[in-house]
Write a protein that binds this ligand. Structure first.
Ligand code: ATP
Ligand code: MG
Length: 338
């Protein structure tokens, strides 16, 4: 794998948290959807975020896309805290640079417009092309780039004439149209047939190589994180509990939750058998959660301190860290089996 440590950081989030008020107008309860999340994405780096349903993955992406305001924390784009630079919402410039791809490509395509129209829109909106002739050329270039050939044929089609994988390729072409530096891909393959998932992942990987795009790749399937992620972070109940270079994380999972995730994957090198985490228990309620580690209730290695104090971050090596009382200075129990 290429060493990405020399690549500059494009996006960094620091101590990002999000609380949603619930319980009516006078209710004081809060959903703690995201807690103290920090990570960075370098040029041409894929950072995979893995977690089960409700763990806070989409909330992380939506905050970075600035579709909603965080409760606290910082979002730095090329070193500038965007929440301070653009406090009232992201400018068109930021929205160009940070694009989002969603799980369901069909819902974001208007059935009455052609594919060419869908790709022309961002080109016009963001003043990427001036003349009509240039526009058609650019649309064809983008369609060819995402593997839809011959491009002119696809440009005149309507969304219903395309397969799920082709529609996701359109969503990717649309994101590419504005020359993004970061793509937030929120479960981009989970609604696609198993047979075409690899093709879409390979396309994302090719674009990272060709354009140096950095990705936040969101998935509930740790096998696909391993396949495309340079780094993988594991999220549980709104906390990132472990992070490392993907191969290191898969070979030496340290948090008991990461170990549980990997034990549910029959073959971590294959995408054919997606992990079904939902069958392995539920995330605890995020409404005013008790103190301590959120995984304590399910953890086979739980100690009294786990129910009282949220573990701090322990560095296991330069690029591998974990938040678990089994490691670091507050460890007083045997290490879990890897
Ligand atoms: N607008 C909202 N109001 C209240 N709670 C919300 C809101 N949006 C998200 N949540 C809650 O925040 C938590 C995290 O949700 P999020 O959508 O980020 O999870 P996720 O990891 O993307 O899950 P999935 O895999 O199902 O997409 C969930 O408990 C969810 O119910
Ligand atoms: Mg989600």
């Amino acid at each position: 794998m290429i060493d990405l440590d020399d690549h500059p950081v494009v996006l960094e989030v620091r101590n990002l948290s999000k609380r949603f008020p619930v319980g009516g107008m006078f209710g004081k309860q809060q959903v703690h959807a995201l807690n103290d999340v920090s990570f960075s994405i370098r040029v041409g780096e894929v950072v995979a975020l893995v977690g089960e349903s409700g763990s806070g993955k989409s909330t992380t992406a939506r905050l970075i896309a600035r579709l909603m305001q965080p409760s606290s924390g910082e979002i730095l784009f090329k070193g500038k805290n965007m929440l301070k630079v653009e406090p009232r919402g992201a400018s068109l410039g930021y929205r160009n640079r940070v694009q989002m791809i969603f799980q369901d490509p069909f819902s974001s395509l208007n059935p009455v417009h052609t594919i060419g129209h869908h790709i022309a829109r961002p080109l016009l909106l963001h003043h990427k092309v001036q003349r009509r002739r240039d526009r058609e050329g650019r649309i064809n270039e983008l369609l060819a780039k995402v593997g839809l050939n011959p491009p002119a044929d696809f440009a005149s089609k309507f969304p219903y004439q395309l397969s799920g994988g082709q529609r996701q390729r359109i969503a990717i072409a649309r994101a590419l149209a504005v020359d993004p530096e970061i793509i937030l891909a929120d479960e981009p393959i989970s609604m696609l047939d198993v047979s075409i998932r690899i093709g879409v992942l390979n396309l994302l990987a090719q674009l990272k190589k060709d354009y140096g795009i950095g990705y936040l790749y969101i998935t509930h399937d740790i096998a696909s994180a391993r396949y495309i992620g340079d780094k993988t972070m594991v999220m549980y109940a709104g906390h990132i509990v472990e992070g490392a270079e993907s191969s290191e994380l898969m070979e030496h999972p340290s948090h008991p939750y990461t170990q549980l995730l990997l034990s549910a994957v029959p073959n971590p090198h294959s995408l054919d058998q997606p992990t079904r985490l939902e069958t392995r228990g539920e995330i605890p309620s995020l409404i005013d959660p008790p103190p301590g580690c959120p995984f304590a209730a399910r953890c086979p290695h739980v100690k009294p301190i786990c129910r009282e104090v949220m573990p701090s971050t322990t560095m296991l090596s330069a690029d591998h860290w974990v938040r678990c009382h089994l490691y670091g200075s507050d460890n007083s129990a045997a290490q879990p089996a890897a």
